[in-house]
Design a protein around this ligand. Structure first.
Ligand SMILES: *Cc1c(COP(=O)(O)O)cnc(C)c1O
Length: 381
């Protein structure tokens, strides 16, 4: 099946008892058994729920994987991956990670004796010196937030394969429409389903997808033991969202390109970060591992001050000033004072997160209205 067919059909079938074409919301905590040792595949809903199962089948199909497991948030999914490790194990990851992942690695799991190395993964030469017999996990995020850096997934997999290092990819920004890390050799794909997969800014959820039976068993055991599972109502909403994923992504990409090119030609704009530009440092890698370049981009202002950036963000009308991304509506966000406020200023600026940096999640509205909104806001500066 091609992607556009899978989003509509994979994992879902008419309800066997009624023929209902839409997967019912099985709002139940337990299942009645005929005898103590026998059940119909469902015993208690932390372990399994039919609505969630349908969603898991759909997600596995979208990532060309065998197994998917849903969690109550993207962080819940990430937490389960780190719980595969033991004290003394080491992880290699990038320094421009999603802030919540960085916080969990440093402030939750370092206490349990797991060591994290943060480096620049856009240059694969940085991996070698950090690899040793304790290295158990390579955690990749690409494109990164908010500077849209690109990491070569296949290149990284080839480097660590012999060492039996698990390669996990946070595929949230790309969505399965743009990029399929399992096809590039990764062992686990993680999604904040909250973003493009859900797509309507109404659900918090996470997921893991893998082809490896042993990893699946271990992750499923952690899911059932630790219990960060989503409810059936949310699973239904995501199943519904997924049916238009390909159409939404096409429009996100179309609008993203128009906005990136518009901003780049604007005299008041400084840098524009978008992997679709041919002079983006890893444009060739983006071109080879992604189908298109997505609707996420960031830019700076020539007048690089928090005040000017704030003025712009207060004068947009179609964009909503909010954290998160990947929904149908366009969002504007200020990393320095919102998502990345916890990073010390010096370190933040060293990493390119200057005061005027603004991140956009371009929605699926009419591109002319989106550009006109940015235009009137930039005029007022
Ligand atoms: C939002 C996000 C997460 C965390 O997901 P939640 O669903 O908010 O827990 C992880 N990684 C990336 C790249 C994200 O954007």
């Amino acid at each position: 099946m091609k992607f556009g067919t899978k989003v509509v059909h994979a994992g879902v079938e008419p309800d066997p008892s009624t023929g209902a074409i839409m997967t019912p919301i099985y709002q139940t905590s337990t299942y009645v058994q005929e005898s103590p040792a026998q059940h119909k595949g469902y015993a208690y809903a932390r372990g399994a729920n039919p609505t969630r199962n349908a969603l898991q089948k759909s997600l596995a199909a979208l990532e060309n994987g065998k197994h998917a497991i849903c969690f109550s948030s993207g962080m819940g999914a990430t937490d389960a991956v780190i719980k595969l490790l033991s004290p003394g194990d080491e992880v290699i990851t990038s320094h421009d990670l999603y802030g919540g992942s960085y916080r969990m690695f440093r402030r939750v799991f370092e206490k349990y004796g797991i060591k994290f190395h943060f480096t620049d993964l856009t240059d694969l030469k940085n991996i070698g010196p950090l690899l040793n017999d304790n290295t158990k996990l390579l955690w990749i995020e690409t494109p990164t937030n908010p500077l849209m850096n690109i990491v070569d997934i296949k290149g990284a997999v080839d480097l660590v394969k012999k060492k039996k290092v698990i390669v996990a990819v946070d595929n949230t920004f790309a969505s399965p429409y743009l990029q399929n890390p399992l096809d590039l050799g990764a062992d686990i794909v993680m999604h904040s389903v909250t973003k493009y997969l859900g797509g309507h800014s109404d659900v918090i959820m996470g997921a893991l997808v893998t082809n490896d039976d042993k990893l699946y068993q271990d992750l499923h055991f952690i899911m059932n033991s630790c219990g960060a599972v989503p409810g059936p109502q949310d699973s239904f909403l995501v199943l519904r969202g997924i049916k238009t994923l390909h159409l939404r992504m096409e429009r996100h990409c179309f609008n993203g390109k128009i906005v990136a090119e518009y901003l780049r030609s604007h005299p008041k704009v400084g840098k524009v970060y978008w992997p679709g530009f041919s002079d983006h440092p890893n444009h060739a890698v983006a071109r080879s591992q992604m189908k298109d370049f997505g609707g996420m981009l960031s830019f700076t202002l020539k007048d690089d001050s928090i005040e000017t950036a704030t003025k712009l963000m207060e004068s947009v009308k179609i964009f909503s000033l909010a954290e998160s991304l990947g929904g149908v509506e366009s969002l504007i966000n200020h990393p320095a004072s919102m998502t990345h406020a916890s990073i010390p200023k010096e370190e933040r600026i060293k990493n390119g997160l200057v005061d005027s940096l603004i991140r956009l999640s371009i929605g699926i509205e009419d591109s002319e209205d989106i550009v006109a909104d940015l235009d009137q806001a930039l005029k007022g500066l």
